[in-house]
Design a protein around this ligand. Structure first.
Ligand code: BG6
Ligand code: MG
Length: 215
């Protein structure tokens, strides 16, 4: 096993539960387009980019739109989503995250963000945790979506650490695949049912510690 020296965290679903806000905003868009978007449908959007999420939503609603209209609807959804983001507070940081960050930093590990979201910086600022990150790779810096390894490889490059010495924390199946494609260790955050390919699966970061970073 490589010596772990950096942890790369996905944001949505690992550090904070934003899925409920994405859901409200997509549901509102569905309503405007005259169809219902269920919480079950929302599961399909975890880890998926904004435009790919819109395409899934439109497929569920059986709606065809021009590329121009799609961009306008994606913008509209994002405006609604940002209304929730702007109201976020540090109380929403998921249990265990801050303790783990502190332990990592005290022990000299590097921390990076590897997220598909173009709202990542705004969210980290609202949560008041942006300063914990040595490197931030988000949807504004990547060209290829997870499961492509780009986001995590850019993270390792920014940290100047070999991918083999990085661990990724991910809650989405495509994110776990992206980590494995980057030849990194991966801790799946959620259920082994859909994250079984990860090296380890944990329900959340509560009680996560450096000792558990053995693979
Ligand atoms: C991912 C979320 O982290 O970011 C997805 O899991 C979301 O649900 C994607 O669609 C893109 O986010 P944003 O904030 O750029 O619309
Ligand atoms: Mg996620």
């Amino acid at each position: 096993m490589g010596q772990i020296s950096a942890c790369i965290f996905d944001l949505d679903g690992v550090v904070v539960d934003t899925a409920k806000y994405h859901y409200q905003a997509w549901k509102r868009l569905g309503k405007e387009l005259n169809f219902d978007f269920s919480e079950d449908d929302n599961e399909r959007l975890k880890g998926v980019s904004r435009m790919d999420s819109l395409n899934i939503l439109l497929e569920i609603g059986n709606i065809t739109l021009s590329e121009e209209d799609k961009l306008a609807y994606a913008d509209k959804k994002n405006i609604w989503y940002k209304e929730f983001v702007m109201k976020m507070t540090p109380d929403e940081i998921l249990p265990g995250v801050l303790d783990f960050f502190k332990e990592l930093k005290d022990a000299g590990y590097k921390i990076a963000l590897g997220s598909a979201s173009k709202n990542a910086v705004a969210i980290l600022e609202k949560l008041e945790i942006i300063d914990w990150f040595d490197v931030i790779i988000d949807g504004t810096k990547t060209k290829k979506a997870k499961p492509d390894p780009e986001v995590f490889l850019l993270g390792a490059k920014g940290l100047n650490i070999d991918p083999a010495n990085c661990v990724v924390f991910e809650d989405a199946e495509a994110g776990v695949e992206a980590a494995l494609n980057a030849e990194m260790y991966c801790v799946g955050i959620g259920s082994p049912k859909n994250l079984g390919k990860a090296h380890k699966v944990m329900p959340g970061l509560l009680n996560m510690n450096i000792e558990k970073l053995t693979f």
